[in-house]
Design a protein around this ligand. Structure first.
Ligand SMILES: [Zn+2]
Length: 140
């Protein structure tokens, strides 16, 4: 019974603490992860200046979590997510480019920028973009 009351009290306190605050998002989690990694590397290689990065990341992450400006923090996170998404897409293309390097060439559509995979060693061919239907001639 006493335990229940205590947990109830803690839960209420936590709820009050986070009420109206932004809370945790992907950007904060990444900041915390990078900060922890910095502290780990700093200890491992005895690099005291790296602790500054650890504290900076930690303070910034907690400042974001306790911020009351929901719109601004949300915008930051959206920006971060879109950058992360673009980075992942670029990495995927580079990986498949490397994997298929002997069989395919990857060309960028001159009109819309979409990556197109074309068979290698076919000479001069007409390529039609699957996204915007633009045709162009290239030697592959
Ligand atoms: Zn296109």
């Amino acid at each position: 019974m006493r335990w229940q009351m205590w947990t109830q009290r803690v839960m209420t306190a936590l709820y009050r603490l986070f009420q109206g605050r932004y809370g945790v998002d992907q950007l904060s989690i990444l900041l915390l992860a990078v900060a922890l990694l910095c502290s780990f590397i700093a200890q491992l290689f005895r690099l005291p200046w790296l602790f500054l990065l650890y504290y900076a990341g930690l303070i910034y992450a907690f400042w974001r979590m306790f911020s009351r400006n929901y719109a601004a923090r949300s915008r930051e996170n959206q920006k971060f997510l879109s950058l992360a998404h673009k980075g992942k897409a670029r990495f995927r293309i580079l990986r498949s480019r490397f994997r298929d390097r002997k069989v395919y060439r990857y060309l960028k559509c001159p009109s819309c920028g979409q990556y197109l995979r074309v068979p290698k060693g076919k000479g001069k061919i007409e390529i039609t973009c699957s996204t915007c239907r633009t045709s162009f001639i290239r030697k592959v």
